[in-house]
Design a protein around this ligand. Structure first.
Ligand SMILES: Nc1ncnc2c1ncn2[C@@H]1O[C@H](COP(=O)(O)OP(=O)(O)OP(=O)(O)O)[C@@H](O)[C@H]1O
Length: 228
């Protein structure tokens, strides 16, 4: 686990907050520095509002930093999987899947050929032909997870995604993640569940007020975090 795939150097990100006539900068990520290595599962922990989801959005290149540098190994593709998935609600599940796969570098032909696997994994059957606006949140999660499994991005970003769906789907997604943990794929996982963190993560990054409070082996960092 020595090949660097991504690196943050003194990264800062501020959101603008408008209060009446005034607008101020709210630094959500501050001077954040860490490296991510190919094939590792890095867990991200921290209190509510610490900046964990924002960090995933920065890695996915959905938002840009106001300060510092983010280095990605050339051609590295990261995919964010979160409950607030960026689906187009008017399009069908199948069309959303094709669109996501194409964004992640597959050709349209390849993307179309993966639909039957997505159908099998998600168990959405004919629902895949209906607009995503008609899906329950669990069904959206199934679709998102199934797309991510087929897309095999270099970096899979999971934001509190392991406790979603019904019991059967939780079991299925956790089995799939176990396979990923033993593969070359890199994962960054945000979770408030100690069980999930211990089960999957090699290292943990502890974020406090948007900055790196500690990073290191999972058991050690979790012990320190729980002492607080
Ligand atoms: N679009 C936005 N505009 C303004 N402030 C935002 C925006 N998105 C997030 N924030 C603020 O940034 C801070 C960090 O949010 P973030 O969602 O990254 O936290 P988190 O660590 O993932 O929290 P949680 O554990 O509650 O999910 C919060 O204070 C939040 O209110």
């Amino acid at each position: 686990m020595s090949e660097k795939t991504l690196s943050f150097e003194n990264v800062g990100l501020a959101y603008r907050r408008n209060v009446g006539f005034w607008s101020s900068k709210n630094w959500v990520i501050n001077n954040l520095t860490f490296d991510l290595y190919k094939g590792e599962v890095l867990g991200v922990i921290g209190k509510n509002g610490a900046g964990k989801s924002t960090l995933l959005r920065l890695i996915a290149d959905i938002v840009k930093p106001n300060q510092g540098d983010i280095w990605r190994k050339p051609k590295t593709r990261a995919q964010l999987l979160t409950l607030g998935l960026g689906f187009n609600n008017q399009l069908s599940g199948a069309d959303n899947a094709i669109m996501s796969l194409v964004i992640l570098g597959k050709s349209i032909k390849e993307a179309k050929s993966l639909i039957s696997n997505i159908k099998d994994f998600s168990e959405l059957d004919d629902l895949l032909n209906y607009p995503v606006s008609t899906y329950s949140s669990g069904e959206k999660a199934r679709l998102g997870f199934a797309i991510a499994i087929q897309a095999k991005p270099d970096i899979l970003l999971l934001d509190e995604m392991l406790g979603v769906g019904d019991k059967d789907f939780q079991k299925k997604s956790s089995q799939e993640l176990k396979k990923i943990v033993n593969s070359e794929q890199t994962v960054v996982l945000v979770s408030h569940s100690n069980v999930t963190l211990k089960q999957f993560c090699h290292r943990l990054l502890w974020i406090e007020n948007g900055t790196n409070k500690a990073i290191g082996p999972c058991d050690h960092i979790l012990k320190e975090y729980l002492k607080k």
